[in-house]
Design a protein around this ligand. Structure first.
Ligand code: NAD
Ligand code: NAG
Length: 485
């Protein structure tokens, strides 16, 4: 066969093969497109099915964004939504029945939120309390509620210390009609909704990552709650509330850092923090200045000095010493480099609560508006809230020993330079002048109240001599509000 014929035949075969390949490819394509149509339909069906299932099972979740964003505008906000036929109608149509008694994220939830925030008498405040399941927050919420103010609490119940204590405080607040939402201050969307939908007159911002030495283990927690969280709070208050509330927030005596002038006065240096915790509180004071300056937000910073008392914080020395004394475990005391005892200006919780409420009452109005215009300068204040009498930590331990009827096993070490300062001492003359703040509780009296609560809450037997801290295995039946687990 001539070469040309062979060539042509070969070409023919090649062409045929090529055509076959093309046909096969086309068939495959058809197959693929057919099956992708099927797949698409199946997916759409499955999605629809899921949406229906979801809507049936969690109607309240779907209504959350609707009901809060669909609230009446600021003018008519002061009347409760449950009395507004429009909102009741929208809830009904969305939820079917909105009568669930638990705090979900639906109409019932919203009613609870509004009821909690609603003032009980004319001229009373409506306060959003962040960190309300915390030590100071729980006490302030109860005190506000007791005098007829509306209070809505918010807390993320983090595990920095035993969350069951935070839950127990939450139950205590619930028994007085105060709702504490399970939420993070970094949830900007939630803060915006709350502040734009509920007419708060004030925010008492106490949520924070506390603790001086823990900052070396979890530095980012301090940045997240004390810096980013503070900004989220100020943003919502300045730019989403109308009218803007006044903000009172917790700074700390730790901002005085390595300051040696005593007693500590608000005009002393605060630019030498000894811990990241202190640095974030100092940053907070600078951030407060900016939000006051730009947005006309009324802001009061309170520098608390070592607060103690019933329902206190287990991570603090007086509390952990009490536990260790009862359990027969050693405690570690700090001595300063020159051999002196560390001293603290221990301040009883009731004195702090009075200071917080007076600060709220005298806060003065914010002058800004949602549109960003401010009518003039708004109040920007900073106050020490302390006891004005520093006590050696060894003395605090001696009082605890007496109250608990048991000696402590003391280990005394030189104070490490990782956060603690040798002493604190408040000058409270500004708070006294501006809102009559006068601490009235000695450490002896205050610790007696603490120990009374402590032995009851943890079921400690202090009479028998052989003290038992039942601790985790305790059955704490006699405390109506104590954690069950
Ligand atoms: N107790 C003191 O001696 C003392 C001294 C100086 C300053 N302060 C400040 O006072 C405030 C209250 O302190 P406390 O002793 O009641 O502490 P606490 O830890 O008992 O209370 C703070 C509460 O805030 C919550 N929280 C933390 N981060 C949060 C977040 N991102 N979102 C929502 N909730 C969050 C916590 O769960 C906690 O319940 C804090 O700002 C603290 O820094 C306290
Ligand atoms: C406390 O502060 C006030 C105001 O700054 C000051 O006049 C007073 O002398 C201070 N008290 C002490 C004991 O330093």
């Amino acid at each position: 066969m001539p070469a040309g014929v062979v060539d042509a035949a070969a070409k023919g075969v090649k062409l045929e093969r090529h055509a076959l390949l093309l046909r096969r490819a086309a068939g495959a394509k058809q197959l693929v497109s057919a099956s992708s149509h099927l797949l698409f339909r199946a997916t759409v069906l499955a999605t629809l099915g899921l949406v229906v299932l979801f809507a049936v099972h969690y109607p309240s979740l779907l209504s959350h964004s609707f009901s809060l964003s669909a609230l009446p505008a600021s003018g008519s906000r002061s009347s409760s939504s449950s009395s507004s036929p429009r909102s009741r109608h929208s809830h009904r149509s969305l939820l079917g029945s909105g009568t669930s008694s638990s705090y979900g994220w639906g109409a019932a939830w919203e009613r609870e939120v509004r009821r909690s925030a609603k003032p009980r008498r004319d001229g009373a405040l409506s306060v959003l309390v962040t960190g309300a399941a915390g030590f100071v927050g729980a006490h302030c919420s109860l005190a506000l509620r007791a005098r007829g103010d509306g209070v809505l609490g918010l807390d993320n119940f983090n595990a920095y210390y035993d969350p069951s204590l935070k839950r127990a405080r939450q139950r205590l607040l619930a028994s007085r009609g105060v709702v504490v939402l399970d939420a993070d201050i970094n949830d900007a969307a939630l803060l915006e909704r709350l502040l734009s939908a509920v007419p708060f007159t004030h925010v008492l911002h106490l949520a924070a990552q506390a603790g001086v030495r823990h900052a070396m283990r979890a530095p980012q927690a301090y940045v997240a709650s004390n810096v980013a969280g503070l900004v989220a709070l100020f943003e919502a208050a300045a730019r989403h509330a109308d009218p803007q509330p006044a903000v009172v927030w917790a700074s700390s005596s730790s901002v005085y850092g390595l300051n040696t002038e005593a007693p500590f006065s608000e005009d002393h240096r605060t630019d030498r923090p000894a811990s990241l915790y202190a640095a974030t509180k100092k940053a907070g004071e600078a951030i407060a200045h900016a939000y006051n300056h730009i947005y006309g937000l009324s802001i009061t910073g309170l520098r608390f000095f070592t607060v103690y008392g019933p329902w206190g914080r287990p991570d603090m020395a007086y509390f952990s010493f009490a536990r260790s004394i009862v359990a027969g475990e050693p405690i570690t005391l700090f001595r300063t480099a020159d051999g002196a005892d560390a001293r603290r200006d221990f301040t009883y919780i009731d004195d702090i609560v009075r200071g917080c409420l007076s600060a709220l009452d005298t806060a003065g109005k914010s002058t800004g508006s949602k549109s960003g215009k401010k009518r003039g300068p708004a109040p920007l204040r900073v106050y020490n809230l302390g006891n004005t009498s520093p006590v050696p930590v060894t003395r605090m331990v001696a009082i605890l020993e007496k109250l608990l009827g048991k000696k402590a096993h003391k280990r005394v070490v030189t104070m490490p330079t990782n956060g603690d300062v040798p002493f604190t001492h408040a000058n409270v003359s500004h708070a006294a002048r501006d809102f009559g703040y006068r601490p009235a509780t000695s450490l002896e009296v205050g610790l007696r109240h603490f120990v009374d609560w402590f032995v009851q809450y943890y079921k400690v037997d202090v009479r028998g001599g052989g003290n038992v801290l039942a601790g985790k295995t305790a059955k704490r039946k006699s405390m109506p509000m104590s954690a069950a687990s």
